[in-house]
Design a protein around this ligand. Structure first.
Ligand code: HEM
Length: 400
């Protein structure tokens, strides 16, 4: 039988980057790890992947092949200190509680709750809602809130913020072969960063501690670092979160499991976790080898690169299933591991959970009215995913 959920997922991935399905499928053979021309060491085994991500003495993300290498060119040399140097530990210790499950839920409810309620009312009234577009608007709202951007408050304004964040992330598009930015990309990237963070210095000084920047100040984060962190939050949490929201809505529909969540909303956290495992929006993570090391019996030399195929590693366990439960090998590899484990994970979960609660709230199944995949993007995603709810059942007439 054709696994419709898996089929659509492969189409989403292939539209983003035509070579990616091949890399992820062939990459499954890279266990525990294999050397591939042009790519370096490729890893698709979750345990080996975690061992590398947990070994900062031999791997970092500042050298050629890691995202830090790109960010240091865009944001300045201080990134080398704060992104993976000694300052990273201090920044992460200070920001450990920046997003707890509770504060992230509060943030999501405040910032995207009203827009989700509007979408829920549209669906209940029989109107179509494009959840892929809605996801981009919601993420745009979060970014505007984190960066204290002043907006007219329209969906169009938030779509534009999303698109700008996405453009910045797309500069990393070539990161699988080289993280050296061309001068034109560097100039454009700096211009975007300056535009999006224009209010950050002011907000850092004056914003109340209920905001993320105000909280950074209270936690003793330096202003320069808070500015850089804002950019990272925006880039790391833009396409990834929007991708996950729409793809998990599609997965629940295509696998038929939406009915179980409709019957029992307590399954939403499980749907979020399992959906993140299967979609793994950040399909690969790059590292460079900083000192010779032996991993799983293979000798890796300083200066070589490692490409961790997180998508392949997470999907070794099988397709989407609400009965899968916690997988100790994968843990939450979709958010990375070790010192760079996703800082915004609780916020991402709150955003996806909010979307699923909105859809399942009325207790009626949703149908997908058409779908388009995003083409040539860094993070595989839906361009559009219009959904409608089944009509409400009329109450049975008594006495007939
Ligand atoms: C479903 C959504 C998301 C996914 C799948 C995801 C995935 C990841 C992964 C895999 C990493 C590790 C990268 C590496 O080790 O090289 C990471 C790091 C990071 N993420 Fe997320 N992310 C998501 C949402 C967010 C959100 C919403 C935010 C904040 C608003 C965020 C902020 C960050 C930051 C700041 C880092 C860098 C942490 C560090 O280097 O110490 N992410 N994310």
């Amino acid at each position: 039988m054709i696994d419709r959920a898996a089929l659509h997922e492969w189409r989403v991935i292939g539209a983003a980057r035509p070579a990616l399905p091949l890399l992820l499928t062939a990459g499954r053979l890279a266990t525990p790890l294999r050397k591939v021309p042009k790519l370096g060491w490729v890893v698709a085994d979750p345990v080996t992947a975690r061992a590398i991500l947990n070994d900062p003495a031999h791997f970092n993300l500042l050298g050629e092949g890691g995202v830090g290498h790109m960010w240091s060119q865009l944001l300045g040399d201080w990134v080398n200190e704060v992104f993976d140097g000694p300052g990273h530990h201090s920044l992460r210790s200070r920001t450990r509680d920046l997003f707890t499950e509770e504060s992230a839920t509060r943030l999501a409810e405040r910032v995207v709750g009203p827009r989700l309620a509007e979408a829920g009312a549209d669906l209940t009234a029989g109107r179509t809602v494009d959840v892929a577009d809605l996801a981009r608007v919601l993420v745009g709202r979060i970014v505007a809130d984190l960066l204290h951007l002043r907006t007219p408050g329209t969906d169009a304004a938030y779509r534009e913020i999303f698109a700008t964040g996405e453009e910045l992330a797309t500069l990393a598009m070539n990161a699988s072969t080289s993280t050296h930015l061309a001068p034109s990309a560097l100039a454009r990237g700096r211009e975007i960063v300056a535009r999006l963070t224009v209010n950050v210095p002011d907000a850092f000084r004056t914003a109340p501690p209920t905001t993320v920047l105000g909280r950074c100040r209270e936690l003793g984060v330096e202003q320069l670092h808070a500015e850089g962190l804002s950019t990272l939050l925006m880039v790391a949490g833009t396409e990834t979160a929007a991708s996950a929201m729409a793809r998990i809505v599609a997965l629940l529909h295509d696998s038929g499991t939406q009915h179980r969540v409709l019957d029992d909303q307590d399954l939403i956290p499980e749907a979020v976790r399992e959906g993140l495992r299967v979609t793994t929006p950040a399909a690969a993570i790059g590292r460079s080898v900083t000192a010779d090391v032996t991993v799983a019996g293979r000798r890796l030399r300083a200066g070589e690169r490692v490409l961790i195929l997180t998508h392949a590693a997470n999907n070794r366990a099988g397709g989407f299933s609400l009965d899968r439960g916690y997988l100790p090998e994968q843990r939450q590899l979709w958010f990375g591991a070790g010192r760079h484990l996703c800082l915004g994970a609780p916020l991402a979960r709150a955003e996806i959970g909010g979307m699923l609660r909105m859809l399942t709230g009325p207790g009626r199944p949703w149908s997908i009215r058409g779908r388009r995949y995003r083409r040539r993007v860094l993070i595989p995603s839906y361009e559009s995913l219009p959904v409608t709810l089944a009509p409400a059942r009329l109450p049975a007439l008594s006495g007939t």
